[in-house]
Design a protein around this ligand. Structure first.
Ligand code: NZQ
Ligand code: ZN
Length: 400
């Protein structure tokens, strides 16, 4: 095993009715004036927001609620909320929602704590983030893993074409994450499936690494794959199945907290690949498509494009997770790729861009997506196989 550092500071409070502890927990982490962020209305409709406000009030905390975060959350919303949070005099940011709400909360925390900096400059890496505000989360969808991750992904909607960018920093860590699986039972089935796909992918992106020989990490990853493959479809079939929704929820956090990638390269883990996330994020930037299916639509083409770098790795996934018995590595790798695609299809996820978009993208449209993905031809993506703009376009064409 190589050198590593592992740090996962978020306190997880898991189980039924834990949302009633929001006030007590926020106060414990120093809150007195809590700026509460939510999305398009599901938290209001379910009564969750009322529960949270009552809990904050009972703990003697002042609160201000601000909604309107949309999936693939936008910079314009972040800027509006920074203004509101400053005016309110917030000293704690509480996210009530999914990845989009939590990522917005992180951005609002950074912007509010740094009034002299244009918040987007942190995402453009023009300015280093050196301070922020405490954040907490009440999770309502198991998917992005933002409740425990060090990332925040925001879309700049201020000019065409839109761009979607992420930053990783320890300031993105929530102080606490309240996770009540019951809160996820009101989700539309498509959102549950999209979340299951994203959860699978967060460990998949770490599994396809060039740093091998880390056996416990591999087994943790493979255990997570097996669990989400077992329970994901059960949750999609019946969102009222508490056991399934609990497994999906815990998988979501474990998949993206670094644990399934620990092994080398400093920080939180061994170097993952993350190429498929970059392919999917460019599609979401230009077409505002849901994150999970943007990954499943391109994964198979990515896998076939990069497989020859190390077919044994794909074969290991096939044998240990999908029960592939083929002795030849290349044949086992092919079987593994087909098995992952079959899993995606079983939960109603697309495995091509055509299925994702409901139409075929033209050569010009795919070239524009490749341009966004390569940041105007200025960067390469991936580590399992490093991909330049030509490779990226080729994969999009294969996925078309
Ligand atoms: O806005 P509301 O009305 O709440 O509706 C949301 C939204 O339409 C709905 N929803 C959430 N909880 C619900 C519910 N509907 C009914 N009942 C509930 N309990 O679900 C829809 C999707 O919500 P969203 O927050 O967008 O989902 P998700 O958690 O998948 O987040 C996606 C965003 O996270 C980013 C993605 O790129 C995308 O922008 N990611 C963030 C990561 C991170 N910070 O670590 C990592 C990921 O790879 C990902 O990139
Ligand atoms: Zn993701």
């Amino acid at each position: 095993m190589q050198k590593f550092e592992y740090y996962a500071p978020t306190r997880i409070v898991f189980g039924e009715d834990t949302e009633k502890r929001a006030g007590e927990l926020a106060r414990e982490y120093g809150a007195s004036r809590v700026f509460v962020i939510y999305g398009g209305g599901s938290a209001k409709k379910s009564g969750l927001l009322d529960t949270v406000e009552a809990s904050l009030k009972d703990a003697g905390l002042a609160s201000f609620c601000s909604g309107g975060v949309v999936p693939n959350p936008r910079l314009s919303t972040v800027r509006r909320m920074i203004g509101e949070a400053k005016e309110f005099g917030a000293d704690f940011i509480l996210a009530v929602g999914g990845g989009s709400v939590i990522d917005t909360a992180k951005a609002v925390a950074h912007g509010t704590a740094n009034p002299d900096v244009d918040v987007w400059d942190f995402w453009l890496r023009k300015v280093a983030l050196t301070r922020s505000m405490p954040i907490g989360a009440i999770l309502t969808i198991s998917a992005a893993g933002s409740e425990t991750s060090d990332s925040s992904v925001i879309t700049d909607d201020s000019k065409e074409p839109w761009t979607k960018r992420g930053i990783n920093t320890e300031f993105n860590r929530c102080r606490f994450a309240i996770m009540d699986p019951k809160l996820t039972m009101t989700l539309p089935v498509y959102q549950i499936a999209s979340g299951v796909a994203d959860i699978f992918m967060h460990t998949d992106e770490r599994y396809f690494t060039t740093i091998l020989g880390n056996h416990l990490t591999d087994q943790l990853a493979e255990g997570l794959f097996r669990d989400i493959i077992e329970w994901g479809p059960k949750g999609v079939a019946d969102p009222q199945n508490y056991e399934a929704m609990s497994e999906i929820m815990w998988c979501g956090s474990v998949s993206h907290v670094g644990m399934t990638g620990v092994g080398a390269k400093g920080d939180t883990g061994r170097e993952g690949d993350w190429g498929v996330h970059q392919l999917g994020m460019a599609l979401s930037a230009l077409y505002d498509v849901t994150h999970g299916p943007s990954l499943t639509a391109t994964w198979g083409s990515w896998a076939r494009y990069v497989c020859s770098e190390n077919p044994a790795r794909f074969a290991q996934l096939g044998r240990r997770v999908f029960g592939v018995t083929e002795a030849d590595d290349e044949k086992a790798a092919e079987a593994a790729i087909a098995a992952v695609e079959k899993f995606y299809q079983s939960i109603g996820m697309p495995i091509s861009i055509h299925e994702l978009m409901g139409r075929e993208l033209s050569d010009e449209e795919l070239a524009a997506v490749a341009k966004e993905c390569s940041y105007d031809y200025t960067r390469k993506i991936g580590t399992f196989k490093v991909l330049d703009a030509d490779d990226i376009l080729e994969i999009y064409k294969m996925a078309r």
